[in-house]
Each structure stands twice: as C-alpha cells, then as structure tokens.
Design a protein around this ligand. Structure first.
Ligand code: HAM
Length: 422
C-alpha cells in the first residue's frame, strides 16, 4: 500500500516553505503594527456555529463542510473559515463586556470540500484580521489598507481591490425584488446551480463563475442604486478612503460574497496570473453576525487572505525563496573525530552561528562537495593534528583565505566576517 496525502491537500517543504514563512512574518508584522493581536481557536467547532453564521443556503454549508460525529455523539465541523470561530470566542470570553472594541488577527488552516484544482485546495491557510465593535467607515478602510499592504509587500503581482456595498436588511429587499424580476424573465437560460439560487439566496447568482450566466446577468440592476441613505453615506466614506490609500481599485457593483453574514462593505483582493482562482483575499462588514450568535449589537469588519494563493502568485512572478544556508560546514577527516566535530557544531549553534556537519558517513572529498553544495560561507576541517592542539582549519569559501586557528576563536572569526558583510 502506497500512502499519499488526501486529494486537495499537500505537503509544503523547502524551498517553498521559506516563501510561506516570509509571507506569514510580513502578515503578522503589518497586522501587529496596526494594533491587531493574535487569537488562536480550535480547527473544529460545533457544526451549528457555521450553519448559523455562514448561512444554511450558502454553498459552503450545503456542499463543502467536513462534518463528523464524535464517539461522544457531538456533531462537529472542521472550520471552513475563521471569522465565525473568532466571534464565538469573542462572546465566550465576554470580550464585549471588557471593552467592546477589539482588533484580532489569526493564521491557520481552513477546510472546504471543494473540487480540487490549482489554487483551490481542501485544506488551505488563511490569515485574517477582524475589527470588532465599530461601524466607523474608517475601520473598513483600515482593514482594506492592512490587507493591501500585506499583499503588496509580499510582492503579489497585478494586485487589485474590488469594492462594493451590499447594503443592510433595510435596503436589500428592494434590490432583491428588482433582481428577482430580472431573473424571472431569464431563468431558463441560467445554469442549474443558479436556478436553485433563484429559489434561495438570489444574490448568489451574481457570484456565478459560469460564462453563460455572467452574460445573462450583465445588465442586471446594480446594488448601489438601491442603497438606503445610511448605507450610501457609509459606502461613500469607504470609497473616499480607498481612493486616498489604494493605488489599484475598482468599484464592482456586482460583487457579492459567498458567505451570508455580510452587510454594507464587501471587498476582494485579486491577483494577476492566477486564472480562475484569482481572489487572494476577501472580506467586508458583518454588523449583524454577533447578534445572530446571541450577543449584543456589535458591528464589525475584517478580511481573510488565502496564503496558498499568495505563495502561488509570488512563485509564478519569479520570487525566489530566501533559503537558509549554513555559516559554516565542518568536515571531519576521520570517523573518530565526528563526535568532536559535533561538539563544535553544537557550541557554534548555541552562539547563534548556523553550523552543520555530515550525517551520511561521506568520505572527506564528498564532505567538501556537500559543504560547497550547501552554500556555506565557511568550511572548517578537523584532522587529528588540529584536534590534538584544540585548533581547526578554517577556509572562507568566498575569499579563498585559509588559516589554522584555535577552536575557541572560531565563533568570533565567523561572526566577525558575517557582520562585516552587513
Ligand atoms: P472567503 O472569501 O471565503 O472569506 O475566503 C478568503 C480567502 O481564502 C479567499 O479569497 C481565498 O484566497 C482563500 N480561499 C478560500 N477557499 C479556498 C480554497 N478552497 N483553496 C485555497 N484558498 C481558498 C472568508 O473566509 C471570510 N471569513 C473572510 C472574512 C473575514 N470576512 C470578514 N472577516
């Protein structure tokens, strides 16, 4: 039996993993600088949490959840997204009672049973931020800017923001009605999924990726024409802010999102070169979600970025991962000296020098080859004569300078040279 990763999942190893670490570090730094602190929640939650927040009729709940029964009889679901778990935690820890306004960020895996393809996985990683407890449009702008800055600092090519407002329960019924009239006249031309959507959350039809449906829907009434005064003013402020801070953006009057909890602002970050799966992030305002989960009125806004797609896009743009190379590789001239070589390696590492040695029983010549291949800055060689007087031969592979030095000076010599390069 040959074991393989389940379909839609994959292993991430070097050198790709260095790109991930870089993206994750930038995301954490930029969100941290904007005052967001990390929250970690479990990867599974009670199924009802997702049904309630994402919406019973959403594609995610209908078709994409990994739901299972525990031996104790609970029904749990691997999180298909992380906003709902964060809101559950916000309420569970009574954060609304201890200073309602919170800024939180998270990073971790999400799970959706989707048709796996390039850019669409069944396990994928999200980095997200949530600003909880304010309806200020400046907060919408802040989240958009944080998302944009992370993506542009990571070097995502062809980055663009798509922005829209989908209004509130006050103004949405009028739009839904106009949409229904439009759809009713053309229903037979829509795909089967859209026919089903027409009976449920009809707004979803605007999100259909089927080219034929897009064509049928191209003259559909636009949501912003139906916004109430409050939603309209809110959207105007968000647009002004976006205009001030975001170099590439577009008002997409047909933009809706796949999750049911949104109100007013919705947005997506799209990248060039990714084809159909070009959304590298998405988010918006969800002023009613916390109430839906039994909490007090807590208007909130946030986004999640898809780390897998970010890495894919920067890889396709030719970004090379910053690979960690050893500062020094230590060659052992004989088998008996390997323990001694390891002692030196351990000491160097404890002094913050990246040191390595051979673990494959290689000949001296092959150890030199391995040292060169590893990209090490120095190669050090320990033979019996050097060992007898606590010395070691050190060669700088970039300058070619070679000398015998006392072992106790090794760290200082290597560290000094590396510092001189900075
Ligand atoms: P979402 O648009 O469903 O929003 O997902 C956010 C991002 O996760 C997408 O733009 C995409 O980059 C990535 N993503 C989603 N599904 C997959 C997949 N199957 N494979 C690879 N990447 C994927 C949310 O999840 C909301 N919770 C965002 C949010 C936060 N809204 C408010 N706060």
């Amino acid at each position: 039996m040959e074991y393989k990763v389940p379909s839609g999942t994959r292993d991430i190893v070097a050198p790709e993993v260095y790109l991930w670490q870089d993206v994750e570090a930038k995301a954490r730094r930029i969100a941290g600088q904007a005052g967001y602190s990390e929250i970690r929640t479990p990867v599974f939650e009670n199924t009802e949490l997702f049904v309630r927040s994402i919406g019973e009729e959403s594609e995610v709940v209908q078709k994409q959840m990994y739901t299972f029964q525990t031996l104790g009889g609970e029904t749990l679901t691997l999180r298909p997204e992380i906003t709902a778990p964060v809101m559950r935690a916000y309420l569970q820890h009574s954060m609304h009672k201890t200073g309602a306004f919170r800024k939180l960020y998270y990073l971790g895996p999400s799970f959706r049973y989707e048709r796996a393809q390039k850019g669409r996985w069944r396990q994928f990683s999200q980095f997200g931020i949530e600003g909880i407890g304010s309806s200020d449009p400046l907060l919408d702008i802040e989240t958009i800017v944080v998302g944009w800055d992370i993506l542009s600092e990571c070097g995502v090519p062809g980055l663009k923001l798509l922005l829209n407002s989908i209004g509130c329960p006050g103004c949405r019924p009028a739009y839904r009605e106009a949409l229904r009239k439009y759809v009713d006249l053309r229903k037979d031309k829509l795909c089967n999924d859209c026919k089903r959507r027409a009976e449920g959350n009809i707004l979803r039809i605007l999100d259909c990726k089927n080219e034929n449906c897009k064509n049928v829907m191209k003259d559909v009434p636009k949501i912003p024409d139906f916004l109430c005064e409050n939603c309209s003013a809110h959207f105007e402020k968000v647009r002004e802010g976006v205009q001030r801070h975001i170099p590439e953006w577009e008002h997409d009057p047909h933009l809706v999102r796949g999750l049911d909890y949104y109100t007013q602002t919705v947005y997506e970050f799209v990248a060039g070169e990714l084809g159909a799966q070009n959304a590298v992030g998405g988010g918006g305002r969800y002023d009613l979600l916390i109430e839906e989960l039994g909490g007090p009125q807590t208007p909130s806004v946030g986004f999640a970025l898809g780390l897998d797609r970010i890495v894919l896009s920067i890889e396709s743009a030719g970004t090379e991962p910053a690979v960690t190379v050893p500062d020094v590789f230590i060659v052992s001239v004989s088998d008996e000296l390997r323990t001694e070589v390891q002692r030196i390696v351990v000491e160097l590492r404890r002094l913050s020098i990246t040191a390595d040695m051979d673990y494959e029983g290689r000949s001296v010549k092959a150890q030199f080859r391995a040292a060169n291949k590893s990209g090490a800055t120095f190669v050090a060689v320990l033979g019996p004569d050097e060992a007898a007087k606590s010395a070691i031969n050190l060669k700088n592979l970039s300058t070619g300078v070679q000398e015998q030095i006392p072992q106790k000076e090794l760290a200082e010599r290597i560290g000094g040279y590396l510092t001189s390069l900075k």
